[in-house]
Design a protein. Structure first.
Length: 99
């Protein structure tokens, strides 16, 4: 997970697709504060690159499911949800994949 920022876009897509189905096997704290942090970091890193809109849209689509799954782990803490999950969701919808 710590090396995800060094991976190519394709490798990141593969990683986040695989991890999405395995999130239930991780401790909630790791999902909420480690994996979600890496998802948000990946979103920020992609903004700095000159990616084609289609690649941006594909990445946003892949990241959406794990963000929602992790967001459901914040069910007892609305303030933390708004602090950590809402910005990630907004960034996913801000993706300019319309060409």
């Amino acid at each position: 997970l710590e090396e995800i920022q060094l991976k190519s876009i394709g490798e990141k897509l593969d990683f986040f697709q695989r991890i999405s189905s395995e999130l239930d096997s991780f401790p909630p704290q790791a999902c909420k504060y480690k994996i979600l942090k890496e998802i948000k970091s990946t979103q920020e890193g992609v903004k700095g690159q000159n990616l084609a809109p289609q690649a941006q849209g594909q990445l946003a689509t892949v990241l959406f499911e794990p963000v929602l799954k992790i967001g459901s782990m914040f069910e007892d803490d609305e303030a933390e949800y708004k602090k950590h999950v809402v910005p990630a969701i907004i960034n996913l919808f801000a993706c300019n994949d319309r060409g």
